[in-house]
Design a protein. Structure first.
Length: 183
């Protein structure tokens, strides 16, 4: 198995989301005792009680929860673009970038057209989030690495590949997903 993707409903309760993930993993692996647990930091999910080691990453965006199961470290993140790009959205993405991003990434956003600022921010954020999920870190690491090289988004951070992740489901064009760790 290289990768298995589950598209699940993003339930409003943590308990329901966890049960949905648990059931999907058990059913796919055909291992009724498989258990998805979170590491001691409460963030990175891992699969226990299985014959082979499995890595898992979860992205929640709007009504969709995307879960990837893999035989090597993986990270995924996503965003529901209509929420970000809505004219009613009053978030100042440059201020957020100044809090979390490197100087190079902030300049990358500043260089974008004003109308593309939010989307440019999201492209950087989802890459960074997928990467830290893959390496088992948190957003506290964001200022320590860049996903931008001059005027382009990087396809790797160190040896970890980053790429847009396309998956088909109703209204999939409204989402941006990035996966880290897989070529």
């Amino acid at each position: 198995m290289a990768i298995k993707t589950f598209i699940l409903e993003n339930s409003t309760t943590k308990k329901k989301r966890q049960a949905d993930i648990q059931n999907a993993v058990r059913e796919f692996l055909k291992e009724p005792k498989a258990k998805v647990v979170y590491d001691e930091n409460g963030g990175m999910p891992i699969v226990e009680n299985t014959e082979k080691k499995h890595y898992i990453s979860i992205a929640r965006a709007n009504s969709v929860m995307l879960v990837v199961l893999c035989d090597r470290p993986v990270g995924i993140d996503g965003e529901y673009l209509p929420r970000v790009l809505s004219p009613e959205n009053k978030v100042d993405y440059l201020v957020l970038a100044e809090r979390f991003f490197t100087d190079e990434e902030i300049e990358f956003i500043r260089d974008a057209e004003k109308s593309a600022e939010a989307e440019t921010f999201v492209k950087i954020w989802t890459r960074k989030e997928a990467y830290v999920k893959c390496i088992g870190k948190t957003i506290a690491e964001f200022p320590s690495f860049s996903v931008v090289d001059g005027s382009r988004l990087l396809s790797k951070v160190g040896s970890v590949p980053l790429r847009k992740f396309s998956i088909k489901f109703p209204e999939c064009e409204d989402y941006l997903f990035v996966i880290a760790g897989l070529e």
